[in-house]
Design a protein around this ligand. Sequence first.
Ligand code: MEV
Length: 447
Amino acid sequence: MKNIQPVKGFSKLSKAAKLEWLISQYSQRPELSQAMLSGYWHTDAEVQKLHDEFIENTISNYYLPFGVAPNFLINGKLYALPMAIEESSVVAAAAKAANFWLDRGGFRTRIISTRKIGHVHFIWEGIQPLQLTEFFNNTKSKFFDNAEPLTRNMVLRGGGITDIQLRDKTALEPGYYQLEATFETCDSMGANFINSCLENFAKTLQTEIAEAQNLTPEHRQVQIVMSILSNYTPECIVRAEVSCPIEEINEGSGIGNMEFAEKFCRAIRIAEIEPYRAVTHNKGIMNGIDAVVLATGNDFRAVEACAHAYASRTGSYRSLTHAEIKDNHFVFSLEIPLSLGTVGGITNLHPMVKFAHEILGNPGAPELMQIVATAGLAQNFSAVRSLITSGIQKGHMKMHLLNILNQLEATEEEKAQIVEYFKDHVVSYSETVRVFCSIRGVAAQSK
Ligand code: MEV
């Protein structure tokens, strides 16, 4: 084990020097590491420079597969969904659901609301709530006026600050209040816009307190704790739905139509009442959502954090999807908060992200919300359909087979033979190793 010392001023080093330091300190195989990292650089130096500048201390790129799931009929329009994801079966499952619903009228989606939210969190102990309310009401218009240089462009695009309210949180923490502001951010996710506005409100608050005639010195003791958007956006909601007559629900999955529909609804109900199942169930939804969110250059951490908070809004963690049988129809839906952007961030910079937007027809944020929600609903449909019929492993392991074969360093010829073999056998790791070894003529434990 090397005696590793802390490094000073790492971010100021050139890329080559950063690599050299890292490899000399941490790599077991310096030459291989160097070749591998530089092998992942883009061949076009301009594109590589773009990537280098997305974050600090870039030393290489990190590839994920970029796949497409075609045949998504959403509100009558056909899309091919771009998906960036490492999990073998996700794109296949999305594509399967898209084809299934293509013949049954496709996905219907709608935006329920698009409001974003943010807060100035502050502590003001020396004031009575009523006095603060009066101060806030007298000051409210100044928050809008002073932020006008920041909001001008957004207002021209149809957005801006929609409201600012004073929230009394003193029951939770002595002296704790918030300025709670709501925003419309049009096609941008809006994080920078919202945070800039909030910091501007905080400044206005401080100035107005300093200048208020009727406040004594002890009344002026205010601490602005922080100004930040909330990634919880329960008022930025989209709904996606599919439905079909019961007699059309169950093509080729081996059980009767009504039995399938009822079993499906029961599986969803279990995810509505049992948090252990709900987490896995929602993870399956996020398989589809994250893949499109990532491909389109959006903030998947924000989307994830918000989705799970929303899934807990009743006080217990529940399924984000709902299924029911209504008027002899199977109806399956998802309602989810999605704060997405189609301008800003890396959306106009990253070549693959730009391509993802292009194949989607360069949608605005509301259209992208509907596309992403559809991906989530489709993914959940495929997962639950497999779970209640064949089980999940059949499809999952079939897609994972090539990963196992690559791990075993199988040749293309061996891969072709083994894939052929598994067309009518159940894939498992041990069975793959057994077949691989028998083709190679080696004992199973030798690889
Ligand atoms: C695997 O990535 C996702 C599933 O576990 C989702 C589910 O169980 O609904 C298959």
